[in-house]
Design a protein around this ligand. Structure first.
Ligand SMILES: [Zn+2]
Ligand SMILES: [Zn+2]
Length: 287
């Protein structure tokens, strides 16, 4: 987990939900359902209640260099994505090719991902993908991810990417992801995190596309997925250990643009979520 304190939580010593002492916080980069705020969600340790964090510090209005770099790891040129389709549902599923295609398209898109060079973030590639034929639990909590990745590496089903890449983990229909007491499709759509802070492994978690609350552009579940996946990939690259990379107060750089959401596509046709550009003083738009 991404444990520690950031500027926003360093003075919180008591959980406002249960009153118990807070030792530290888990920070998770979350894309929320549209009725909630996409930010870096804070889970108090050890009680694991989610604590609402006040935005402060950064300029929140107007234009200019809103994003600030906190010194953590960033995605470098040549880093790899590896797509993991978890569960027997994915065996022989034709959507895998389309999802892998979108993953590669996001990474190769010149102005969308290439533009992140202003944040010292490089261009990577899709290294490969795998179907894990063993079904996941019906509920996948964040603490299930660490042993899963470790076992898949040990059995050579996935490469050990270490610090030089990240896994996109796709869940099957009917499987619920949880963060504390939060459930996918109820309060959040998807998230990215690191198992062990700056040391990785790094991953995005993509529940099967939610029926509502996670797609502001169309009724297509593929479009729901690409809006989430594009956001999580950009935010993982620019903030690999949530809160330690490029952030705007308690928001990652796509979160900021979710607040005034605009439907945008890259040139290969997939819907993507925009990211905030310090250089242009506004959210990304197609050229
Ligand atoms: Zn914090
Ligand atoms: Zn608590």
């Amino acid at each position: 987990m991404s444990k520690g304190r950031c500027d926003q939580c360093e003075s919180i010593d008591t959980c406002p939900v249960c009153g118990s002492r807070v030792e530290t916080f888990n920070h998770v980069g979350v894309r929320a359902v549209t009725s909630k705020s996409s930010t870096i969600w804070h889970y108090a340790v050890p009680c694991l209640h989610r604590v609402e964090i006040q935005q402060f510090g950064a300029k929140k209005q107007g234009t200019g260099k809103l994003a600030v770099y906190n010194g953590g790891p960033l995605w470098k040129a040549g880093y790899q994505w590896f797509n993991v389709f978890w569960g027997s549902y994915w065996n022989g599923n034709a959507d895998i090719g389309r999802i892998n295609g979108a993953t590669a398209d996001f990474e190769a898109a010149k102005s969308y991902s290439g533009g992140l060079s202003e944040y010292n973030v490089g261009i990577g590639l899709l290294g490969g993908s795998v179907v894990i034929p063993t079904d996941s639990p019906a509920t996948v909590s964040e603490s299930d991810i660490d042993p899963a990745i470790s076992s898949w590496i040990a059995s050579k089903q996935i490469p050990n990417l270490g610090l030089i890449g990240a896994y996109n983990i796709f869940l099957a229909p009917g499987v619920t992801a949880t963060l504390g007491s939060d459930k996918s499709c109820v309060t959040f759509c998807d998230y990215h995190d690191s198992i062990n802070g700056n040391e990785g492994p790094f991953f995005t978690l993509e529940p099967f596309p939610c029926q509502s609350g996670c797609n502001q552009c169309s009724g297509s579940s593929f479009d729901t997925l690409t809006q989430g996946l594009s956001e999580e990939m950009v935010e993982l690259k620019t903030d690999m250990n949530p809160g330690t990379g490029w952030v705007i107060s308690n928001e990652e750089i796509c979160d900021y643009c979710d607040a005034n959401f605009v439907c945008n596509k890259i040139s290969t046709g997939e819907y993507v979520n925009a990211w905030y550009s310090n250089k242009n003083g506004k959210c990304w738009v197609p050229k």
